[in-house]
Design a protein around this ligand. Structure first.
Ligand code: UGA
Length: 432
């Protein structure tokens, strides 16, 4: 198939490269000239495991190309994927201006019948809106069809997830378009869910909201576990063995962050409001997530009393390991609270110091050297479960910290290994 992918963010780029890998001829379009010239040279602007290898391989084979020119990029394409961002508006709803400008560009440049596939996460009803927008400006007799094909890729493991996901969802009102998308996706050898347009759009939001709910559920349990002397990790393991529950996304901690769960739960709540439905469960999911950050600071102040001039070091700043993404990272709120209570805040991250500097409150002392970070601190707080933090020798934590006092917001260590470490260890939902 001849395919165009519009938008080369982590979703668009991974989609384009993987579609090329399974034998399609793909043109990726982006308005960012710098990004496009970087990609033409075989280098990826984002880090995704395995992506650059597949990119260079398919560039060499001639299966993939990059351009900023819509006329050239859309010429002769049978399928056009839309993978541009839908950031959050101040009221929580999704911003569709990038989608709208892509629709304009498609209607101005496409000259043949085409199937439009939406990868971007868009509010229910947007695919119909996309179809209407494009058709309104097209000169007949071109036929277009729209398909919703939401992605379930995790940042950092997006290539792996494309080939090993649990399902591929395609939604459309046109059975021939569904069949075409089924054929394109067949080489991935994954179960395919064929459904209507609006249900496909909803599956994406509902899936992310459900995963966020699982995290907030176990975090709420962790609070009670700490009170009654139970171990939340053992509770999650026991619960997760029930296949109806499943063991994934039951890892208690300082809460979820990133560009997806916070944005998508907000967007669902905003959609609910449009229909006068309050979404009380999702509001609680967000509330518990917010409480987790505050709870971490409470744990520290309960143990240390006044934080005036106490040096507290945050270990890991990103919303999860193996990314430099700081969007909605729990470390931001924790740093704000610590500063408010008078602490001197140091912050360590192995890769994200440049991006952290743009969003963390001031004054925070940054370092990408773990030893330097721990040196002389009154307490250390693990915020992200980076391998560098998990594999740093416990004797070094003991030697470098003043007390030594370690708060673990991601339950990186077992209680057994901490027992004789000589470190005072506080974690989430487990006995001290
Ligand atoms: C999430 C979903 O997992 C993907 O399926 C989805 O495609 C993507 O959003 C999206 O909508 O684009 P992502 O945001 O990359 O992916 O990150 P996750 O690996 O899901 O982690 C999200 C947050 O939840 C992180 O802050 C992580 O630390 C936290 N988390 C995750 C927990 O606190 N506990 C867990 O058990 C799992």
């Amino acid at each position: 198939m001849h395919i165009a992918v519009i938008g080369t963010g982590y979703v668009g780029l991974v989609t384009g490269v993987c579609l090329a890998e399974i034998g399609n001829t793909v043109t990726c379009l982006d308005v960012d000239e710098e990004k496009v010239s970087l990609l033409k040279s075989g280098r990826s602007p984002i880090y995704e495991e395995g992506l650059e290898e597949l990119l260079t391989k398919n560039l060499r084979k001639g299966n993939i190309q990059f351009t900023t020119d819509y006329r050239e990029g859309l010429a002769g394409k049978e399928v056009i994927y839309i993978a541009v961002g839908t950031p959050e508006r101040p009221d929580g709803s999704a911003e569709l201006k990038y989608i709208e400008s892509v629709c304009r560009a498609i209607s101005e440049n496409v000259r043949q019948d085409v199937v439009i596939v939406t990868k971007s996460t868009v509010p229910v009803g947007t695919n119909q809106y996309i179809k209407d927008l494009i058709e309104a400006r097209l000169t007949p007799p071109i036929t277009i069809s729209v398909v919703s094909n939401p992605e379930f890729l995790r940042q950092g493991t997006a290539v792996h997830d494309t080939f090993h996901g649990d399902r591929i969802v395609i939604g459309s009102e046109d059975s021939w378009a569904l069949e075409l998308l089924e054929a394109i996706n067949q080489p991935f050898q994954l179960p395919i869910v064929k459904t209507d347009l609006r249900s496909a759009e909803m599956i994406k939001y509902a899936s992310n909201a459900f995963l966020a709910a699982k995290i907030s559920f176990i975090n709420e349990m962790s609070h009670l576990c700490a009170q009654v002397g139970a171990n939340v990790d053992n509770v999650a393991a026991g619960m997760g063995m029930d296949k109806r529950i499943g063991k994934k996304f039951l890892h208690a901690g300082v809460g979820y962050g990133g560009s997806c769960f916070p944005k998508d739960t907000n967007a669902l709540i905003a959609m609910g409001k449009q229909f006068d439905y309050q979404m009380p469960l999702l509001e609680s999911v967000q509330q518990v997530n917010e409480m987790q950050r505050k709870r971490m600071v409470d744990m520290i102040t309960t143990r240390l009393g006044s934080l005036d001039n106490k040096v507290v070091v945050l270990l890991g700043l990103t919303f999860k390991p193996n990314t430099d993404d700081m969007r909605e990272a729990p470390s931001i709120r924790v740093a704000e609270e610590l500063l408010r209570t008078g602490a001197v805040v140091k912050a360590y991250d192995p890769v994200a110091i440049p991006s952290a500097k743009t969003v963390m409150p001031e004054p925070v002392l940054f370092t990408s050297d773990l030893e330097e970070a721990l040196q002389g601190a009154d307490a250390a707080v693990i915020m992200t479960d980076w391998q560098q933090i998990k594999s740093f020798p416990l004797e070094e934590y003991r030697r470098l910290l003043v007390h030594p006092l370690l708060f673990d917001g991601r339950n990186c260590f077992t209680l057994a290994e901490m027992k004789n470490s000589g470190i005072e260890y506080h974690s989430i939902g487990r006995p001290v």
